[in-house]
Each structure stands twice: as C-alpha cells, then as structure tokens.
Design a protein around this ligand. Structure first.
Ligand code: SAH
Ligand code: SF4
Length: 372
C-alpha cells in the first residue's frame, strides 16, 4: 500500500487518518503542531509521540517534503532564491525578499517608519503556468501541473527552517496562476494562517491573479481575509488581449467590476499590479487611463518595470522569436509614475529584488527543466 503523505492534511483529515489506522484521534492535534508549527521534517523529530507510534507512522505514512537543490543570495543581499525539487522530479522556486538589505538576522530592528522590517516570501502555486502572458518566463513554460496544498505550504516551512531571517509576509506571486489551483491554494493559505502553524495573519498573505473573474467572484463570496492583487498590466483591451490572452475571456471592464465588488464586500483595498513595457503600455495616455480605470476603487497601484526574460525554449528550438519587450527608460517610468500619482490612489514603483539571481518577478523559470 502506498504511504499516506501527511503534509498538507488539515486537522479533520489528520483525525480521519489516525482513526483509519486504529489510533487515537487526539494525536492529530500533536501532529498538526509538529508539521506546521515546528516544521518537523521526519517522524523521528516528534518526540512527544511514543516510539511504537512513531515506528507505525514510518511504516504507513510519510512527511513528503520539498528537497532543496540550491539556495542563492543576491549581491545586494536583498533576496534569497530557493530552488526545490518535488517528489516527481519537477522543480519550483520561492524567493525571500528583505525590505531592509542589511536585514537584521532574527532581530526586531524597525525600519524607517518604525515598524518591523518585512521579510516577504514569494511562493509558487503551479509548476509552470497555462495563462501564457507574453512577458513572463513561467508563461513560456506552459503548465506542467498544479502544486498540492502540502507543496505550497512546504515552501514556507522549508524556508523557515533554512533562512536566518523570519518570514513576516507571504505573496503568492511566484510560478503559476493561483486561482487555477483554487482549492489547494485556499487550503494552504488557511494552514499558513493557523495559530498552531506558521501563524501568519491572513492580511499578510497576498494572492495575485492575472484576472480569472469567476474565481475572483468566488473568492469574494467566500469572504476570505487574505489580500487580493490583480495583474492589470494594460489599460485597453487591445493591448491587454495581446500581452495577456486571458483578457479575451475576461475583459478589462468585467475585471474592474469584479475588483470593485471585492473591495466592497471584503472592505479591503485591492492591489493592481502594472508591469511597464517600453512602447507597449507606458505612454502618458496609459497613465491617464489607469488613473481613470481605478478611480472609485479603494486600491494600491504597484508599478513594476519589466524584467527582461530569456526565451530559452525558442533559443533551444531556434524557431520564430516571440514579441520582445524592453524596460522603459528611467525618464519614461518617472513620467508615468508622476502622472498616476496625481490620482487618488496610492502608487508605488517596485524595482524587483534579486534580478541578478533570476529571482525577479516573472523570471521564475527554473533552468533546471531545460538541463535534464
Ligand atoms: N499568475 C499570477 C501570479 C504570478 S505572476 C499573476 O499573474 O498575477 C506575478 C507578477 O509578476 C504579475 O503581476 C506579473 O504581471 C509579473 N510579471 C510577470 N513577468 C514579469 C516580468 N518579466 N517582469 C516584471 N513583472 C513580471
Ligand atoms: Fe502565469 Fe502570472 Fe506569468 Fe501570466 S504573469 S503567465 S498568469 S505566472
């Protein structure tokens, strides 16, 4: 009989597991704390379970985990990239970003606003992504598979074990479209927020989507307290259709309606991400339209200058090169920012961290898949 993997099970499922093997259900509570609170990697570590039970667990169950392949730190020391191998040999990446590059190891040093410095882990939700945005390395890869809830959570658990820094925030902005792996994603987020697990406040977990409107509506209806970010990236359907094919299904007007509905129901701001592509979506007319589109929606706007990506697949097959993008000049970025700033909503310009280790937004495409 194959061993049951316990990582990724919630409390009820752990109770059912113990009952199913004829053991006392209260062990579920102990195990939950060890798996998610203490990030135990093996049953041996679980010292408050009697030895015979630990042996039994070893025979019938597993704590299947991600295997760390490499860990790289950026030159500016503001990002750490973790490359993991999954049980079936595929790879994913997670990136830990430090708000303060001289990050205080495990200390409580405050940043300029006198609040504790943030250490944000960017996690993946799928291996690859089927959404096919034309500027994104993960998109070029296509979808290989969804991650399980256990694999999503284990990115946090493993980095927590490996890094000298704490994790204060989680963003689901790595590889994949989280809303296409909805059930596993939501389950994983609740495990991360559990006070007997990693205990991250729900508002410190951000889910970023390319704009799957029915899933945004479901998310709104279910009333979760996790935050929502939407990758808008264009202000006309013509441009958005071209760079994000998902827009042909859910147009900008429909998407903005869903965003507005979310902010009303959740009583939360939404974040709009807007990647700046030279000559594609970075004109002052776009900045004006962005201001108008977001008017009346409580939101934050994150401008992200495009990170150039390499299309490894095409360079390998020597086929037609796809649309190539460039990062706008500093002057164009500044002008765009200044224009959007005149609107009512908060705007930030986010230079990606970790670009020297291919850990920047949209770059998370492990070259390992190409090597094997
Ligand atoms: N699939 C989700 C989450 C992962 S992508 C989504 O699309 O929102 C996370 C963010 O990275 C998105 O906002 C996306 O627009 C951005 N991104 C993708 N490729 C990029 C690139 N080459 N440069 C800068 N940002 C990029
Ligand atoms: Fe997928 Fe997001 Fe990349 Fe688009 S930007 S291809 S949705 S990971």
């Amino acid at each position: 009989m194959p061993k049951q993997n316990l990582k990724g099970l919630d409390r009820e499922e752990l109770v059912a597991f113990f009952t199913g093997i004829g053991e006392q259900p209260f062990h579920a509570k102990q195990l939950f704390r060890w798996i998610y609170g203490k990030a135990a990697a093996s049953f041996d570590e679980i010292t408050d379970l009697a030895k015979p039970l630990r042996q039994r667990l070893q025979e019938v169950a597993a704590l299947e985990a991600l295997t760390l392949v490499t860990r790289q730190t950026s030159h500016r020391r503001d990002a750490e990239k973790y490359l993991f191998r999954l049980a079936d040999g595929l790879h994913i990446e997670s990136v830990l970003m430090h708000e303060d590059p001289d990050f205080p190891l495990k200390s409580k040093k405050k940043n300029r606003d006198n609040r504790p410095s943030r250490h944000t882990l960017c996690i993946s939700s799928q291996v690859g992504c089927p959404v096919d945005c034309k500027f994104c390395a993960t998109g070029l890869m296509g979808l290989l598979r969804n991650l399980t809830a256990g694999e999503i959570v284990d990115q946090v658990l493993t980095v927590r074990r490996m890094s000298e820094s704490p994790i204060t925030n989680v963003v689901v902005m790595g590889m994949g479209e989280p809303m296409l792996n909805y059930d596993a994603l939501i389950k994983a987020c609740y495990l991360l927020a559990d006070d007997e697990g990693p205990n991250l406040a729900q508002r410190r977990i951000v889910i970023s989507t390319s704009g799957l409107v029915p899933k945004i509506e479901r998310f709104t209806k279910e009333g979760h307290k996790f935050r929502l970010a939407i990758s808008l990236n264009a202000t006309t359907d013509e441009v958005r259709n071209r760079i994000m094919p998902i827009n042909r299904k859910y147009s900008i007007a429909i998407l903005m309606q869903a965003a507005r509905q979310y902010t009303r129901q959740a009583k939360q701001r939404v974040t709009f991400e807007y990647i700046l592509l030279d000559g594609v979506n970075d004109a002052l007319a776009d900045a004006e339209r962005l201001k108008n589109l977001t008017r009346g929606i409580p939101c934050k706007i994150n401008l992200i200058p495009y990170n150039p990506i390499v299309n490894l697949q095409e360079s390998a097959h020597d086929s037609q090169p796809s649309i190539l993008f460039n990062r706008p000049s500093f002057e164009r970025i500044e002008a765009f920012l200044a224009c959007v700033r005149q609107g009512p909503n908060a705007v930030t310009l986010r230079w990606s961290k970790g670009d020297d280790i291919d850990a920047a937004c949209g770059q998370l495409w492990t070259r390992v898949e190409k090597r094997v």
